[in-house]
Every structure is written in C-alpha cells, then in structure tokens.
Write a protein that binds this ligand. Sequence first.
Ligand code: SF4
Ligand code: F3S
Length: 115
Amino acid sequence: MAYVVTEPCIKCKHTDCVTQCPVICFHEGANFLVIDPDDCIDCGACVDPCPVNAIYPAEAVPAKWQDYIALNKQYAQEWPEITQKKDPLPEAGDFAAVPEKRELFDTAPGTGDAG
Ligand code: SF4
Ligand code: F3S
C-alpha cells in the first residue's frame, strides 16, 4: 500500500509534507499534490505535518475520497517532482475548511522543484 493525498489539499497545497519524505514521492499539480504509490515506503512521516490533514494510508482513506487513490497514481506520472517546501496557495486559509472541493481539482501540472 501507500499513502494518499486527499481532498483537503485542494487549493491549499501547504507543502509541509514534502520536506518530511525520505524518498521522492510527491508530485505537484496547480492546486494539489499527489504521492506516487510506487515510490512511497509507507513511513507515515508526511501525515502529521499537513495542516489540513489531507494524507491517509490507502487502507484508511475515507469512503467519500476513495477516488483519490487512483488520482494519486495517475497524476504522479504526469506532474513534476517536488521535494522542497514553497508558500501555500494565497487562498489556502479560505479553503482549509471548505468541505466539498472535488470540482476544484485542477489537472494542470505545477512547477515542481523548478519554480
Ligand atoms: Fe513519503 Fe513516507 Fe509520506 Fe510515503 S508515507 S509519501 S514515503 S513521507
Ligand atoms: Fe497538501 Fe497538506 Fe501537503 S495541504 S501539499 S498534503 S501539507
């Protein structure tokens, strides 16, 4: 199994998670990060640093967010790697407590460590 980034990350993208990862798992989209399940070693170090509690082990992803397991796998192949923290999105505070953000998921890539 692997760890999975779920809906609370959308439009927040704090990136505290990436600095704790001992391997290179995280990939950056425009308003979301994903974990590559093929690289994750299941250490759990990324869970507590996330201010919006977006990360779960795959076997514990809430039922309403099961589709994020496939989204992490898919977009890890399409988005660039990110290993360094950057500023959260400017709207992160406004969106931290928004309960339904799935329709805001942006499939565009982020800049990763390049920007
Ligand atoms: Fe990286 Fe560990 Fe989180 Fe997997 S569980 S993404 S290896 S910090
Ligand atoms: Fe997203 Fe939380 Fe990481 S908001 S970028 S999963 S620290």
